[in-house]
Design a protein around this ligand. Structure first.
Ligand SMILES: Cc1cc2nc3c(=O)[nH]c(=O)nc-3n(C[C@H](O)[C@H](O)[C@H](O)COP(=O)(O)OP(=O)(O)OC[C@H]3O[C@@H](n4cnc5c(N)ncnc54)[C@H](O)[C@@H]3O)c2cc1C
Length: 441
């Protein structure tokens, strides 16, 4: 293959996914430009939090950023006085990632462009990139590592400053500060990991009002157990093929070895398991089973689970399964009418704020990201068959595009479990290898 390295590889998104592809390329002596204008390059959304109460969802021992050096983060954490079994602060992991980014930049092969990418056009087997300050440059390949797209705005309270649609933005931080002073009640829409973060932030800020978390099923992430013993499962015993078979298998095995060990035993097989589901089974899983799967599979640190439990017991936190019926802003508060699941009467509550914690956007064609929107409109990338992310092949190459790869949550239609560090680090190494092969040595 002809060598083509006159231009750098453009990597859009400086979270864990983009940073690790850039770091892998730098090790290979391949130039790249890592583009991220959010101010979070080298951290991404998950690890840019400054809140000490926000800890990793898994122990330090599984969080190495390098697929070929699984003890890498343990060494760093131990060097900072930690322990491999700790659930360390997410900001500590952010510092670790930033160190990896800096080491990549020190090689001279990695340039950081702290701008948003707004356009990518194919040209001569490569790409022309345009950034939001007008800078244009040629790239020999494109890696889309834009992460999960922010949630769809809530369908009510569009003009109200009390309805906060971005749980990671400045408005949410200001609302937490305001609530910590007023101790007013707050409604969190959604009951997943974003809600857990919001509850911890409120608690740490000293808020003593009532927090209500509301979602259709009212399922909240479960905690890890210190005494869980892993019970691996062989590939031939994995219930490939159908959601119902998987469910039956999980119930039976859960009764034998405990639900945590049963769920975790599928982890090494989860991508293949997903790929054996026919499209209608994938749809069925996404619609009905995913909320249950997510809260059991993506668990939280035991101390975090305990804190939530205590807050429920103290009457400070209530998790409700239900649906919002209407919202009205009145007298400096939101009057929210909702119906509990399985009940017909309408309940009313008054809240100072409502925060959108519904999690990532479920339909990629509704993205508000200018670059992604343009690529979709121009037919240069297309949604996967479920419409949740981008269509990619088995090498994470974007279907139909030349020299374009996608990473992490943008590939979840193909891989399903590709949102956590252990999955993404392997993908980053594989994509960097594939880029090296494509560009020629
Ligand atoms: C709150 C939270 C806690 C988590 N905790 C854990 C954990 O404990 N353990 C674990 O293994 N996993 C955890 N995860 C999951 C996981 O680590 C992340 O989902 C993963 O890091 C995804 O990284 P990413 O780089 O793909 O996306 P992101 O971190 O979202 O980064 C994408 C970046 O791209 C930028 N971007 C988007 N569009 C453009 C554009 N047009 N131009 C330039 N830049 C752009 C964004 O601003 C962002 O900075 C957590 C996730 C969250 C949200």
């Amino acid at each position: 293959m002809k060598s083509d390295r006159a231009h750098p590889v453009a990597i859009v998104g400086g979270g864990f996914s983009g940073t690790m592809v850039a770091a892998q390329l730098a090790r290979k002596g391949i130039d790249s430009v890592l583009i991220d204008g959010s101010g979070r390059a080298g951290h991404g959304v998950a690890y840019s939090t400054r809140e000490p109460a926000h800890v990793l969802n898994v122990r330090a021992e599984v969080m190495s950023a390098w697929a070929d050096d699984l003890e890498h983060f343990v060494r760093v954490a131990e060097g900072e006085g930690g322990n491999r079994r700790d659930f360390v602060q997410r900001q500590q992991f952010g510092r670790y990632l930033r160190g990896i980014l800096k080491a990549g930049m020190d090689t001279g092969y990695l340039r950081l462009a702290e701008r948003q990418a707004v356009e990518a056009k194919p040209i001569n087997g490569g790409w022309t990139m345009r950034l939001d300050d007008g800078e244009e440059f040629q790239a020999c390949g494109l890696v889309l590592a834009l992460g999960n797209q922010p949630p769809e705005p809530l369908p009510f309270g569009k003009d109200s400053s009390r309805v906060i649609n971005n749980p990671w933005g400045g408005e949410a931080l200001a609302a937490v500060e305001d609530l910590a002073e007023s101790h007013a009640d707050v409604l969190l829409v959604g009951t997943g990991l974003t809600t857990v973060d919001a509850v911890l932030s409120l608690d740490a800020a000293g808020h003593r009002g009532r927090i209500v978390g509301l979602s259709r099923r009212g399922l909240i992430p479960r905690g890890h157990a210190d005494d869980m013993v892993p019970v691996p499962v062989e590939a031939e015993d994995v219930p490939f093929g159908h959601v119902r078979t998987l469910w039956r298998w999980l119930r039976k095995r859960g009764a034998e070895v405990g639900w945590r060990a049963a769920v975790d035993s599928l982890r090494p097989h989860s991508q293949r398991l997903w790929q054996t589901f026919p499209p209608e089974e994938q749809r069925r899983f996404s619609r009905h089973a995913r909320p249950w799967w997510d809260v059991h599979r993506h668990r939280i640190a035991p101390e975090v689970a305990q804190r939530l439990h205590d807050m429920v017991a103290e009457g400070r936190l209530e998790i409700i399964a239900g649906r919002i019926q209407s919202i009205e802003e009145k007298g400096g508060a939101l009057k929210v009418a909702y119906r509990r699941r399985g009940k017909s009467n309408i309940v009313e509550g008054r809240f100072a704020y409502m925060i959108n914690c519904t999690g990532p956007l479920g339909r990629i064609d509704r993205t508000r990201d200018e670059l992604l929107k343009g690529l979709l409109q121009d037919g240069l990338v297309r949604p996967d068959p479920l419409g949740i992310a981008l269509d990619v092949d088995e090498r994470s190459r974007v279907t139909g595009a030349e020299r374009a790869w996608a990473m992490g949550p943008l590939t979840k239609g193909r891989y399903w479990e590709i949102i956590a560090v252990p999955d993404i680090r392997g993908q980053a190494a594989a994509v960097a290898d594939d880029i090296e092969t494509e560009l020629g040595r």
